[in-house]
Structure formats: C-alpha cells, structure tokens
Write a protein that binds this ligand. Sequence first.
Ligand code: PXG
Ligand code: PLP
Length: 442
Amino acid sequence: MTSRPVIDDLSSFWMPFTANRQFKAAPRLLESAKGMYYRTTDGREVLDGSAGLWCVNAGHAREEIVAAIAQQAGTLDFAPTFQMGHPLAFEAAQKIAEIMPAGLDRVFFTNSGSESVDTALKIALAYHRARGEGQRTKLIGRERGYHGVGFGGISVGGIAPNRKAFSGQLLPAVDHLPHTHNLEHNAFSKGQPAWGAHLAEDLERIVALHDASTIAAVIVEPVAGSTGVLIPPQGYLQRLREICTKHGILLIFDEVITGFGRLGKATASEYFGVTPDIITMAKAINNAAVPMGGVAASRTVHDTIVNSGAQGAIELFHGYTYSAHPLAAAAAIATQDLYRSEGLFERADALAPKFEAAAHALRGEKHVKDVRNLGLVAGVELDSRDGAPGARAYEVFVKCFEAGVLIRFTGDILAFSPPLIVTEEEIARLFGTVRDVLATVQ
Ligand code: PXG
Ligand code: PLP
C-alpha cells in the first residue's frame, strides 16, 4: 500500500463538533484501522473503545464488507431510486426488516442519522394527514435528547448548545419531556435504574396542555447516547408506549446508536420489549463503511400513507439522491450477514455482565461520581472542575489516546461503546487505562 505524506496544513477542513483551533494546534490523526484497533499517522496502535463514533459494531475493515463494496463499485456505482431501482436496495431493506420488531418491516433509506430523524418526523406528519387528522402536527422530544443536527432533529432534541445559535428558527410546534437523569436516586445503577418510571407521566401533562388532537409523535432515544449515556428507568418506556397508544400519538424510537447489537439485541425495542411505530437507524446499519441510515415504519404507518394517494401518484414527497446507494446497500447486506454468521448480537449480550463489572470497578476512583451501563455501552460521570465544565473529561480523553485507547466524552461524562468483537482482555485494558489516567488527572 502506498502511504501518503502527512499533510501539514490542516486549515481547509472545517471540522464537525470540534474545537478547531485547539485540535489543529495538536492534531490526532488516524491512518488505518483493522478489527479492534486504529493506527495513527505516527504509527501507534489505538484500541477502539468507542466503535468509531458508536458505529463500527463488527470491527474495522472487515474483509467481507470491504469485498462487497469493492465488487459493487466496479459493477454498479450508482443507480437512481426515484422511479427506478436496483436489486440490492430491496435486498438490504428486506434484511433489515427481518430483524426489526414484528410489524416494522417497511424501510426508507437515508444517508445519516440526522436524515433518518427528519424522515421519521415527516412520515409522522404525513401519516396523520393521510388519515384525515392533519391538525396533528406537534412533535414531542425530550430534554437532553440528541436527534442529529437537521432543523427537525435540533428542534425535538434537548441539548442546549446544539440549539442555541439557531434558536430563532427551530420548528415551532414542539414540546419536551423531562430527561430521566437523577444521581440522587440512581447513582451507580447497574443496568436499568429502579427509580424514575413516573417521569413518563409527564407526557400526560403535555397531552393535556396541547390536546392529543394536535400531537403527531413522541421521539426519544431508548438509551440516550450522545448526552452521556442515560439508561431508561425500569418501566419508563413501557409507560410512554401506553400513553402514546391511548392518545393516538406515534412513538418513534431513535435507534441510531442502540440499533444493531449495542444492547445485545438487534434493536433496543426488542431488548426492552417495547415496540414503537417508527424506528430510526444509521451508523452500524452497514458498520459505517459507507454513509447510510434508515427508517423502519410499521405496516400501519406505511400502508396508510401509501394507500392514500391515487394510483400513479407519488405517495410521499421525500427522498435523497443517495437513498439506498448501491455501495451503502452492498455494505449493509454484507454487514447484516456478518452480524448473523458471527452471532455478534449474542456475543454482545454474553459479554455485557463482564463489561458491566469492568465499568463499575471504576467506582471509588478519583473524580468518579457515577457509573452506568447497559449492554455494551457505559457512561462514567466525573465531577467537573470549578468553572471549567468538560475540561477534566477532555484531559482524560487526550491522555487515554496517548496511552493507546480511544474513548468518547461529552461534558464531563466518559462514554464507552466498543465494537461487539471486543475481547475480555480488551475490556480490561480499556477500563484499566482509564483508571490509570484518572489517577494522574487533577
Ligand atoms: N440520533 C441519534 C440517537 C444519534 O446518536 C443521530 C441521530 C445523528 O446521526 P448522524 O449520522 O447524522 O450523526 C445520532 C448521532 C457522540 C456522537 O459521540 C453521537 C452521534 C454522532 C456523533 C457523535 O456522542 N450520534
Ligand atoms: N440541493 C440541490 C440544488 C439539489 O439539486 C439537490 C438534489 O438534487 C439537493 C440539494 C439535495 O441533495 P440530496 O438528494 O443528496 O440530499
């Protein structure tokens, strides 16, 4: 393989969700990846404790996926899916439909989680309109929710800095449930916290305030990832489902992170035994090898929209140039086959207790004020430095990277979500490195 010279001018790339000036003064550059490891441009191996950005669930550069993409690039590089089609689009949709909860077997393709959220919100509005309740337009999100960066996603999202600069032009008809994070009741919970199901009752307050007849959908992450790993209290999601059903409101689970094995099942919906009307997905749908997202809709939602138009009329005025892009679809098929043939969801499920024990072993270390976990995801919340929120976790992140371990952080919360191929030794190294680093951080 020819290696390119490392570029010394980093100024042209305006980096996403990055402190650009700080990064460019001391860059961290990744050059290649295989399995559980990245390799940096200065030749160091880095254990991937975050599956990239929660997306490379089968591990990096898997041969089966690489081969499928390469083969597809030379066979059919691009094909329109507007009034046209190609076989892999239908095959990929079918494979995904097979592992969705029963009834959610109609799949719309996008290119990212943000687009999936936008698509799901539009489907919810179109559904109510098709059934003659076009006045149902309000969308209910949740505080601390992350639903990507489109205008729809930041409107229903609840992360204040992501909204602040754009707050004058968010979607107008939105309300938010309270988040479920409470360390007074739930610190150091293993798995689902016992306290907090009653917080779902706030949806009844919102319904009473706006009237059910104006509300189209509720959207939540079953496990909130981006905001710092918030595990739903026992019974909470069940209660949201009951209230939505009672009032004819669609329930959307944003499974961009939780989909495809993160909790040891194909979906969080399956894990929790709660079936929404719509699921959004992206990331691990095709092991992040080519950008792709999707929305799985229930038959009811799909059929209501698709059967409402006249024959020959487009039923949903929505779609992306790259919906079901051939390379993305080929990668999705190969990825889904790999998840199944290697039993990676079951593997994650079997490893979860060991992962939990390793994460909770950080209890009692300096600065650690909470550890929480579910499946192969964990959050470790640190006390913030006075007047410098986020600075301590950033330092831990940098020092871990220097010590050969990649983790994520948000505010002062460390997040762990390794590829599902992680070994017990690697889990031990991941949390062991964090423990060593914490001891060196002020
Ligand atoms: N919904 C959820 C629940 C997500 O977690 C998106 C939507 C948006 O997906 P795209 O593909 O448009 O980024 C996400 C993405 C992090 C982190 O480290 C999380 C995400 C993306 C990047 C970083 O917390 N989640
Ligand atoms: N902007 C312009 C001018 C376009 O022509 C298109 C698509 O044709 C888009 C935006 C949307 O791009 P995409 O379909 O890749 O989301």
